[in-house]
Design a protein around this ligand. Structure first.
Ligand code: FES
Length: 119
């Protein structure tokens, strides 16, 4: 028996996250978002690294999620910050977000909390 398998937690069902949409979920105290990009699911932190905005309220275009507050952009497939937040006429820097290993088991979306890609 693999202990690795036990560390995945069900967070949603695939029908909860249609293509091009996001869903906010919580594991313990950790808020993350699940995004469906062309039928593939990704998980990353939901609080913007700049000022903690709820990123599921942002706009998702392809794999790029734009924060609703100051328009920082993140790649939801990796958690990487691809454009910093806008401050007046220029952009400042913010941190990458943590992304999480995810797997599909039947209709269930499972997330591995401890792992992180792209950091
Ligand atoms: S909180 Fe996300 S860009 Fe400001």
């Amino acid at each position: 028996m693999s202990s690795h398998k036990l560390s995945f937690t069900k967070v949603a069902e695939i029908s909860d996250v249609p293509v091009g949409k996001m869903l906010k979920v919580k594991i313990n105290q950790n808020e993350m978002l699940i995004a469906n990009i062309d039928g593939t699911f990704y998980a990353m932190d939901n609080k913007c690294s700049y000022d903690q905005e709820d990123l599921t309220k942002g706009a998702l275009k392809g794999n790029i999620l734009t924060c609703p507050k100051n328009k920082a952009e993140f790649d939801v497939t990796t958690g990487k910050n691809v454009k910093g937040p806008k401050m007046m006429l220029f952009r400042v820097k913010t941190d990458d977000l943590k992304s999480y290993e995810l797997k599909i088991d039947g209709n269930d979306i499972l997330v591995h909390q401890a792992s992180s890609w792209g950091m």
